[in-house]
Design a protein around this ligand. Structure first.
Ligand code: URA
Length: 243
């Protein structure tokens, strides 16, 4: 998940096989563009996805990948597991080598799972201080009480971590069905919150992370690349707080 950052002069010297002191005149002459803009600073930090062009030649760079997957039930959100199938079995192993999961789902949970090789992007979405909203449709065994809705909105104490959950929005859609919006991702959070009301979770389906919504045309087990617009929204408006 590490982002590989390097100084521009070091990268140019290695990619062009020239001495580091010969890089400066190239930069000074405005012959180098990084992600479309002329770069003149030798110590500019670039990552592995930066598109660096010298005159008209594009230098080698890694391709950033961003996927949405409609996770089926019964499969692990993990990179590798000794005995169980993981979501990576659903991807093309060669084409998507080096991806990581952005925010896991439990084995029996379904729905929106994001995968990428861009560590900066995933950290931006998942950093606790960003409070990015995650939305789930949850089916439970017993009717959801008003007391439960209020407790979710106020926060619930988890003694193991000694924390109080951040305010969560619980919209009751039918007596045993709700839409829940969280701005954090604690271990088994939704199951534990309903557990406090002795109301077992029967189904849990994630529909949204920040501004990215699960494509309703994506069948269970299928995936696709994120669209430019989805990517833009997730970067610009990822971190919204609940009112
Ligand atoms: N909360 C849970 O309990 N499980 C999930 O998979 C996601 C949120």
């Amino acid at each position: 998940m590490a982002t590989k950052r390097t100084r521009l002069d070091r990268y140019l010297s290695s990619a062009l096989r020239i001495n580091r002191r010969d890089v400066k005149p190239l930069l000074a002459a405005g012959r180098v563009r990084v992600n479309g803009a002329i770069a003149r600073d030798s110590d500019l930090q670039i990552n592995q996805f930066a598109v660096v062009i010298v005159d008209d030649k594009t230098l080698p760079h890694e391709q950033a990948q961003y996927l949405m997957l409609n996770k089926p039930a019964g499969i692990l959100s993990a990179t590798i597991d000794a005995s169980q199938r993981t979501v990576f079995a659903l991807l093309d192993a060669v084409q998507h080598a080096g991806l990581h999961i952005v925010g896991r789902l439990d084995k029996n949970s379904t729905g929106l799972l994001l995968l990428t090789n861009d560590g900066e992007w995933s950290r931006g979405l998942m950093a606790p201080e960003q409070h990015v909203e995650k939305t789930y449709i949850v089916g439970v065994k017993h009717a959801i009480s008003e007391e439960c809705v209020e407790a979710f909105a106020k926060g619930i104490h988890f003694p193991f971590e000694d924390i109080v959950t951040r305010p969560a929005r619980l919209e009751v859609l039918a007596p045993q069905l709700a839409r829940i919006t969280l701005t954090e991702g604690r271990y088994h959070q939704i199951k534990r919150m309903f557990g406090r009301f002795r109301n077992p979770v029967l189904s849990l389906h994630r529909t949204q992370i920040g501004a990215i919504t699960l494509d309703p045309a994506l069948p269970s087990g299928a995936y696709r690349a994120l669209l430019g617009t989805e990517l833009e929204c997730s970067t610009v408006r990822g971190g919204r707080s609940l009112p």
